[in-house]
Ligand binder design. Structure first.
Ligand SMILES: Cc1cc2nc3c(=O)[nH]c(=O)nc-3n(C[C@H](O)[C@H](O)[C@H](O)COP(=O)(O)OP(=O)(O)OC[C@H]3O[C@@H](n4cnc5c(N)ncnc54)[C@H](O)[C@@H]3O)c2cc1C
Ligand code: SF4
Ligand code: SF4
Length: 376
């Protein structure tokens, strides 16, 4: 089990202070010293404990990828574009309920519903557009509530703050939906050796999303008011290149924003993120190029396989093969993200380069070519 001894000062100075924070929320909801206000983390007072859970959980604090990979797959982290997996396929929900607007095939929401129906998961962390202007984490306990969280909100949402708060009151197995940085944080949370860690040894099912970047919630929220006034978009999308636009779906119809207007709103900390497909999740879900009604699904662990099998047996979804061209493009995009992240990490302070990688993994990343991928 990992033990982290750096604390508050390191997280507020080196990570948040250096614009390394990617708004995952893992350090929030634990204590009065780090709290959320108006789309950002504020620190009203100074904590002088020598060992912080905040630092131990943070995905932007140094993290040994080999250790986490060995724990999950008994094998070191290889640096291959899509991480370790046993199966990759496409899937979509057969029938979309009238009350829901899923992002693509609705597989994430269906997985959450199935996890709560078939157990052993008693609650699930999802992200919803909350009151006022920001998306945020919400813990749900019934399958019916999962439908309310369908759709992607492209801002970092600090969702893990709600996970921390819930776990301090309920020591139950949970399903957690998160971005790649959040799935990494959830693995760190379960293994951190700290006397006040509510997640120690917890039994989570981790459903990871694909992610290339996320927006700063504060900047995004200001822009949304500027663009759309009080009207709140239901979901957002970024069509594949060469579209070069960001789409917002409002009651009054679809609005398009040039990507050049979106780029200044990105979280700077995303530049050093190596992971596009939630490599440390039990099961990962993303888009399928050119097939907007479908999801790409990557099954990574036995837990992920069991849940997906149950969902498949329920008749709620249909599945198919991922076209080989789509697999190559996905692996290429994921490999390029890793290369960009390594280059960006070289330009930044060490504390913002979270990944501790073996020389072999580093080499694999740098040598990755368009078709290179290493499934299990
Ligand atoms: C910031 C961001 C960047 C993304 N980038 C890519 C990408 O580059 N390539 C790609 O293929 N897919 C990307 N996605 C994922 C994609 O948009 C879909 O979430 C995914 O394919 C699941 O589709 P679905 O139809 O199953 O989703 P649904 O069934 O509609 O479920 C969506 C789920 O996303 C969760 N969610 C929504 N917003 C957030 C958020 N801000 N943080 C954490 N969880 C959230 C909700 O809790 C819900 O459970 C991104 C998503 C986000 C939020
Ligand atoms: S990346 Fe996550 S854990 Fe780290 S400082 Fe930001 S919100 Fe906290
Ligand atoms: S790019 Fe990486 S760090 Fe940024 S939101 Fe996505 S997963 Fe998190």
């Amino acid at each position: 089990m990992e033990k982290q001894t750096a604390s508050f000062e390191t997280i507020t100075g080196n990570i948040i202070g250096n614009e390394g924070c990617v708004r995952c929320g893992a350090c929030v909801g634990l204590c009065p010293y780090l709290t959320l206000y108006n789309g950002t983390i504020v620190f009203p007072d100074k904590c002088d404990l020598p060992e912080g859970r905040c630092f131990g959980f943070c995905p932007k604090a140094p993290t040994d990828f080999d250790e986490i990979s060995r724990e999950l797959w008994h094998a070191p982290y290889t640096g291959s574009p899509l991480g370790t997996y046993s199966d990759i396929l496409i899937a979509k929900r057969v029938k979309i309920p009238a009350s829901a607007t899923p992002q693509y095939g609705g597989i994430v929401t269906a997985l959450v519903e199935q996890a709560l129906l078939s157990g052993p998961y008693k609650a699930a962390l999802v992200t919803q557009w909350k009151e006022r202007s920001f998306p945020g984490g919400v813990v749900i306990e019934t399958p019916e509530d999962a439908l309310k969280s369908a759709g992607s909100h492209y801002a970092g949402a600090y969702s893990l703050a709600a996970f921390n708060q819930y776990r301090q009151r309920h020591a139950v197995p949970m399903a957690v939906v998160g971005l790649p940085c959040q799935t990494l944080a959830v693995r760190k949370m379960a293994r951190l050796n700290h006397p006040r860690n509510p997640h120690t040894g917890s039994d989570n099912l981790v459903i990871g999303l694909f992610c290339t970047w996320a927006l700063s919630p504060r900047l995004f929220s200001h822009k949304l008011s500027e663009w759309f006034g009080a009207e709140k978009p239901g979901r957002f999308d970024i069509p594949p290149p060469p579209a070069n636009r960001f789409e917002a779906f409002l009651k009054s119809g679809k609005k398009e924003i040039p990507l050049d207007e979106i780029r200044p709103l990105l979280n700077p900390g995303c530049r050093t993120c190596l992971d596009m497909t939630s490599e440390f999740a039990d099961i990962s879900v993303g888009a399928v190029e050119g097939m907007p009604q479908w999801n790409t699904v990557i099954i990574r662990t036995e837990k992920g396989r069991t849940l997906f099998q149950r969902l498949s047996d329920s008749g709620m979804i249909e599945t198919g093969d991922l076209p080989s061209e789509s697999l190559s493009h996905l692996a290429f995009a994921a490999g390029q993200k890793k290369k960009r992240a390594l280059a960006a990490a070289g330009e930044e302070p060490r504390e913002n380069s979270a990944a501790i990688l073996s020389e072999q993994a580093r080499k694999t990343i740098l040598q990755n070519e368009e078709t290179g991928d290493n499934p299990l």
